[in-house]
Write a new protein. Structure first.
Length: 155
């Protein structure tokens, strides 16, 4: 099946209307995950790329470390690869698939697996962010003197 036929069949099947295509890259969103399909005509393949988002600001490399461990032999990625965009610093997940292996059903399944991984890693990233926010709140509460129940009445 041709690349353009796969894209058309996929967007028709799932009712995706806001699709942009330029220079062999097709972009759209699924479940608030920005997805890019990068067509490599020379290699006759497509790379499915999903954005995870920006790393937790004070994770001290622990989020990236978790991603590296998951990448090892694809143990925690379902066959996808986790990466960080060197230009933006955002994390993403991708997989490269030879077009010869794809019919519409297989293509839909591959994109679905990629989106599932992006959603999974977004939840992990959000957990890191939530843990940081909770730590900041607990640090701030240590600096505040607790009030007795009637302290505002004391003069």
């Amino acid at each position: 099946m041709e690349y353009n036929e796969l894209i058309q069949g996929f967007t028709d099947r799932y009712g995706i209307q806001d699709v942009s295509t330029a220079d062999g890259v097709t972009t759209f969103e699924i479940d608030e995950i920005p997805v890019s399909l990068i067509h490599d005509e020379t290699a006759s393949s497509v790379t499915v790329y999903g954005e995870i988002g920006f790393p937790p600001p004070d994770a001290d490399g622990t989020f990236g470390g978790a991603m590296l461990k998951a990448n090892h032999l694809f143990a925690g990625t379902g066959g996808s690869v986790l990466c960080q965009d060197p230009e933006t610093g955002a994390f993403a997940v991708f997989r490269n698939i030879p077009l010869a292996e794809l019919d519409l059903n297989a293509f839909c399944a591959e994109v679905g697996r990629l989106v599932d991984q992006a959603e999974y890693w977004r939840k992990i990233k959000d957990g890191f962010l939530q843990a940081e926010e909770e730590a900041e709140v607990s640090d701030m509460s240590a600096e505040i003197e607790p009030l007795s129940p009637n302290s505002f009445l004391q003069v």
